[in-house]
Write a protein that binds this ligand. Sequence first.
Ligand code: THU
Length: 164
Amino acid sequence: MSNKEKIQVVSSFDVYKTEQDLSNEDRLLLMQARKSLESAYAPYSHFNVGAAILLENGETVIGNNQENAAYPSSLCAERVAIYYAGAKYPGVKIKSIAVTVKAQSQVINEPVTPCGACRQAIAEYETRYEQKIRIIMAGETGKIFISESIESLLPLMFNKKHLK
Ligand code: THU
């Protein structure tokens, strides 16, 4: 008899072949994320990331990566967008965030996925508003992944429930 047990964490994502296969709402949000690539400031990585957030009140906010000569002072697209949403529409729930990429030196043909810090920031807003946030992830071309919640990208997350 063993004195340990194993738990298994299962993450699932919907995978769409092309942008045309998405719902209108998701496709429009992804288009806004793509548009926001133009105002990314990425002179060091040459890796533009664009994000767009759809709120419950129908408004959208965008974000893109903003880099700094002191590299760690940079901020990713997803956090620029989600903090902008929190600043501009406090108390308004977030439905979805779309994120995409355009790099200077290569065509990214697989979905860009949020970094760990951005996952944590998205998790904060899920717990803040007690509503799952859908995450739409796309490359410049290729398949699109959709996660129904940050839970799939950040299993066993730390959140405010641990501070009680
Ligand atoms: N970046 C994002 O904006 N979001 C991500 O999900 C991954 C990485 C940015 C940070 C940096 O400006 C550049 O992409 C290269 O890492």
